[in-house]
Design a binder for this molecule. Sequence first.
Ligand SMILES: [Zn+2]
Length: 478
Amino acid sequence: MMASFWWKSKRAQNNGSGIVWMSWDRMTRSKANGGMGFRSLRDFNLAMLGKQGWRLLFRHDSLVSKVFKARYYPQGDYLSAELGSNPSFIWSSIFAAKDTIKLGLRKGIGSGLTVKITTDPWLPLLDRASPVPTVPGLENFMLVVGDYWYWFAEKNGLYSVRSAYQLIQDQKITPVSSEGHLFWKKLWSLKVPPKTKDLVWRAASNCLATKVNLCIKKVLTDNNCPMCGVFSESEMHLLVSCQFAWACWEYSGFSAADRNSNSLLSWLNFNATRLDNEKLGRVVVLCWAIWSARNDLLWKGRVRSVKDVVDFAQSSLVQFLQAQGKNNLPAMSPLKPSDGSVVWTKPTEGIKLNVDAAIFDHDFKHGFGCVIRNTEGELVAVFSGVKQGKVAPEIAEIMGIREALSWLKNRSYSHAAVETDSLVCVDAIRSKERLHSGFGFIVEECKFIFQNLSNVTLYFVKRSVNRAAILLTDTLCP
Ligand SMILES: [Zn+2]
């Protein structure tokens, strides 16, 4: 019903005609996976119910929790509860969300006394909650606290419907649907007219009303390409391999791309690997212009030249970019007057530490770098570290900051400034709120070290200030 609403006109819906080009299930995939990012109502419902389950798990003193506990799990808790015989509608609904909660529920390690290492989910990873040799963020413990549960998909460690919904979607992605992944990821962020993205999304998903597709849907019997009259009109043929299309690509200087790819999606994906976003944007707009030329010929009998098509693509893109304006994004407002520097300056007294972190996806590693300079701008010290494992960016950043603070702890400088370009970390360290997550745990450590340091200040700076630390970090994993 939902898919029919999207693809058909109102009249077609009423009289049962019209074509649904893509199943609703596929359209609810995220944009990075080739879908349209629509909400799946079932999954969204589960994510909402998960919130109720989360409350049953952690708000023991609410009346609802007490009632459910007495009725359905007097001995255990929500996670260990059974559906039971003759369950109420509400209980069976909340019960259904148990798997959703298990997706993101993780045990935080404090004293470690209550953790069953091989069975409890305690690694903050989606695909594996069992141990690996090195666990990021768990070294150098200084705070002794009890073990605790948290929601690993949110920085504050608390359940949210948004992140639960996302986890359900992440679960669904099979390696098969990752075809064209890079292209999908880039497509929606391109600075090109939305109608051109929409056209290319349809074409690459085999949902364009080409003659081949209309033959499959049994609307047409002849699938000849209207541009050359020789080959069958598939998306790949019409937009790339057809001699007319290929002449457009050559004329605009994109001829190096493989003309004989298996599908339009693999051709676009190949382009996504070798072209920057600006050029990829021009590819998308030219696809759209070729499609427009085809429709002009087919429906209006108007013949366009190769030059017409390429010029039309170019002028459409230029008009769009001019209409967007240049600096219409709000500047990030600094938290403190001294935050948000754009240029690195020497410290007025003592020393300055610039710290940065990086994640090396290919090598499954993460690391940090720290550059320390004095009032003359001279190098005092440099240190860095690389660790095994893939972690969230904010974890890598906060671990770098912790190392920088630890370095200071063992030395006696009268004055020190620590600069990072991670706003999340600065926010978290300055905040009085305690975050119940792996990230929050390291934040607490940083706060703890801070309390024992005098005359040390933390600043948020723009990435341009942190160049030295960024360069250092980038050399960690060549
Ligand atoms: Zn053709």
